[in-house]
Design a protein around this ligand. Structure first.
Ligand SMILES: [Fe+2]
Ligand SMILES: [Fe+2]
Length: 377
């Protein structure tokens, strides 16, 4: 009995992987070649199972159809492939059995904005007219695909993170890769680059908070796209600070009442800014708005009712941790920093920070026996 479902799923998985690896690496990179080979094999197997010389993938109303049949598979890869197609306005893609590695690699290069995206001898594209050919769109496509690829790296690193130094280093590398992808040109991610030019401390803070938030979220069982969205949200949580005047940004120490109230507007300003950027996860807006709200809803700012979202609570723990580490005297040893930050975090545990999240985070940090307490050290 030919395994039509399994081989088709494999092809979808291969196409998704190949798109993300092409966004991250040049065509000669072994990762790209490996994923292209995977697609060639998966294509052959899928065509064999269907006893056909060609296969057509079609996107209709955000859903994937294969050879005219709706492909109701709730897999992350399926929805990613649909998003990848939509980013470059492909609505139909037909592979013939003769499609070779070169043509297939060319398709992925086009899908991430690194080459022309046109019909070739054995790969026929149906595009939505008038959309997707502008440079702006392809840049976005490349960004988002590379961002997804980096987050895959973060997840893989998390998967092997048995709290040893090697796993931690892998995770940190992946996060740096994520940062790199998010700071290339582009509407949304230029934000972070602007922040860097304004204040290097805040830029490093964004990276650290992203790293810690992903670490904590993964430890309490958050996975997949939610984990990705949370990572991006944590990265951009303080983007509203960019709206603050220079003299306030660099200031550490006593603030006047007026300065304090201005500074307390950064969550609203950040949320408003992120809400206006097409293509960012909705969670970025929520986390930017809520990350200074108390976990039990009893206070913090902005002054609104209700408990913050779990992602905002996780970001708040990561944010506090990085701020506490930043307060340590330069002469502190790593052990002293760990003790100082742990005590500080526990003092905020209760209404400000969720006790469950604080203890989970402290356990992670203690177990990890980290050599460096932040990615920037
Ligand atoms: Fe903040
Ligand atoms: Fe922060």
């Amino acid at each position: 009995m030919p395994d039509i479902v399994g081989t088709t799923d494999n092809l979808i998985l291969g196409l998704t992987r190949a798109t993300t690896s092409r966004a991250l690496y040049p065509p000669s990179h072994p990762k790209v070649q490996g994923t292209v080979d995977e697609v060639c094999e998966a294509l052959e197997a899928a065509l064999d199972a269907r006893s056909s010389h060609e296969i057509t993938l079609l996107v209709v109303d955000d859903e994937l159809a294969v050879d005219g049949e709706p492909w109701h598979r709730a897999s992350v890869h399926c929805s990613r492939l649909v998003r990848a197609f939509e980013r470059v306005a492909i609505e139909r893609l037909t592979f013939s059995a003769k499609a070779g590695p070169e043509e297939i690699e060319g398709l992925f290069a086009g899908m991430v904005g690194r080459g022309d995206l046109d019909t070739t001898e054995n790969i026929v594209l149906g595009k939505i007219l008038g959309v997707g050919s502008s440079g702006d769109k392809s840049v976005d496509g490349e960004f988002l695909a590379s961002l997804e690829g980096c987050m895959d790296g973060v997840q893989q690193a998390m998967g092997v993170l048995t709290l040893d130094a090697d796993g931690a280093a892998k995770l940190e590398r992946s996060v740096w890769q994520l940062i790199e992808a998010t700071t290339r040109e582009g509407r949304a991610f230029a934000l972070l680059a602007t922040l860097r030019s304004r204040d290097d401390y805040l830029y490093r803070h964004a990276i650290n908070v992203c790293l810690h938030a992903i670490h904590l979220a993964r430890a309490i069982g958050i996975q997949g796209e939610v984990l990705q969205d949370l990572g991006v949200a944590a990265l951009l949580h303080d983007i509203g600070l960019e709206e603050m005047p220079d003299e306030l940004l660099g200031r550490r120490g006593q603030l006047s009442d007026e300065q304090r109230s201005l500074l307390r507007r950064h969550p609203e300003l950040g949320a408003a800014k992120l809400a206006g950027i097409h293509g960012l996860p909705q969670l970025t807006v929520v986390v930017a708005y809520e990350h200074h709200r108390y976990s039990d809803g009893s206070g913090g700012f902005p002054d609104v009712a209700g408990k913050p979202n779990l992602a905002s609570q996780i970001t708040a723990v990561a944010d506090s941790w990085d701020n506490l580490v930043g307060m340590c005297a330069p002469t502190f040893s790593q052990r002293e920093k760990l003790r100082f930050a742990t005590n500080g975090l526990r003092r905020r545990s209760g209404s400000v920070l969720s006790p469950f999240l604080v203890e989970s985070f402290v356990t992670l940090m203690e177990d990890r026996q980290i050599e460096s307490l932040s990615a920037a050290d």
